[in-house]
Write a protein that binds this ligand. Structure first.
Ligand code: ATP
Length: 260
């Protein structure tokens, strides 16, 4: 990463690419994760590579939901681990410390590599040892999400299986639907407002992972000082379908203005 000059106009994007390719080399990311990242980059170009006011609304609603949740769980995959390991830990510490590894291409090696990657950071390893952070879904994925045939269906009882709110960065539509059918609230992060995940989630944050996770944490910290009524008000005035329509409008207007 030292080879990328900080003055490069696409510095942040190149750093993210480096993290993604390194994670692939280290057996954390599946090949398909590289494709998913590329699709994300393309949508980010269309959005303007910044957190929109629509994403901000979704982030605030997600934060209110997470503060109100009884058993919130952050579901992570290879891309999430590669890009926002530390930020996910910070967010989970503001909640109940539960992070669950959930992989479409689930192999023992990848699970082992992800665990190792978390533990290789001294401070995170200490938090895991002390039980302040719980890395679920590796040895304890003994439950199954009903009507989901992929390996993403294998979940931890203490984690996703019993969660009331699940934060799912980079999700697939099938699991989102299956989680909603289990009666859970699903907060997804997906740069593609047209994906099945985006369309099916309770709250869809159409923003880039490294930009929005720290913002969710910031609002969770802030909203812990609000009372329940104030938190419910934030949630009630939010309309996910309307928000997705506004994002599509935003993309449409940007393209129109650029092409004039
Ligand atoms: P669905 O089943 O919901 O239609 P899909 O099959 O396209 O989705 P994936 O192939 O897993 O799902 O794609 C993951 C999604 O993650 C892509 O739509 C992409 O836009 C998004 N994405 C990739 N990288 C990032 C990132 N860094 N931040 C936010 N979203 C991202």
């Amino acid at each position: 990463m030292d080879t990328i000059p900080k003055t490069h106009p696409r510095y942040k994007s190149l750093i993210n690419r480096e993290k993604i390719t390194k994670a692939f080399d280290e057996g954390i990311l599946a090949k398909a994760g590289l494709i998913a990242h590329g699709r994300g980059e393309a949508f980010d170009y269309l959005i303007g590579e910044e957190t929109t006011s629509m994403a901000m609304k979704a982030i605030k609603t997600a934060a209110a939901m997470l503060v109100l949740a009884k058993n919130p769980v952050i579901s992570i995959n290879g891309n999430t681990v590669a890009l926002v390991r530390e930020e996910i830990v910070k967010l989970s510490e503001e909640l109940n410390g539960k992070i669950e590894v959930n992989l479409f291409y689930r192999t023992e090696d990848r699970l082992k590599n992800i665990k190792k990657f978390f533990e290789s950071n001294e401070s995170i390893g200490k938090k895991i040892n002390e039980g302040r952070i719980k890395l679920l879904g590796i040895e304890d994925a003994n439950k199954k999400i009903p009507n989901l045939d992929s390996l993403r269906g294998k979940v931890s009882e203490e984690g996703i299986y019993s969660a009331d709110v699940v934060l799912v960065p980079l999700e697939d539509g099938d699991r989102t639907e299956a989680l909603i059918n289990m009666g859970k609230k699903v907060i997804s992060i997906d740069l593609n407002p047209l994906s099945r995940t985006a369309q099916k989630s309770t709250v869809t944050i159409v923003d880039e992972l490294t930009r929005c996770i720290p913002l969710i944490t910031k609002f969770v910290r802030e909203y812990k000082h609000l009372n329940k009524k104030e938190l419910y008000e934030i949630i009630e005035k939010y309309d996910n379908n309307q928000n997705l329509k506004e994002i599509l409008h935003h993309i449409f207007n940007r393209l129109k203005n650029i092409s004039l």
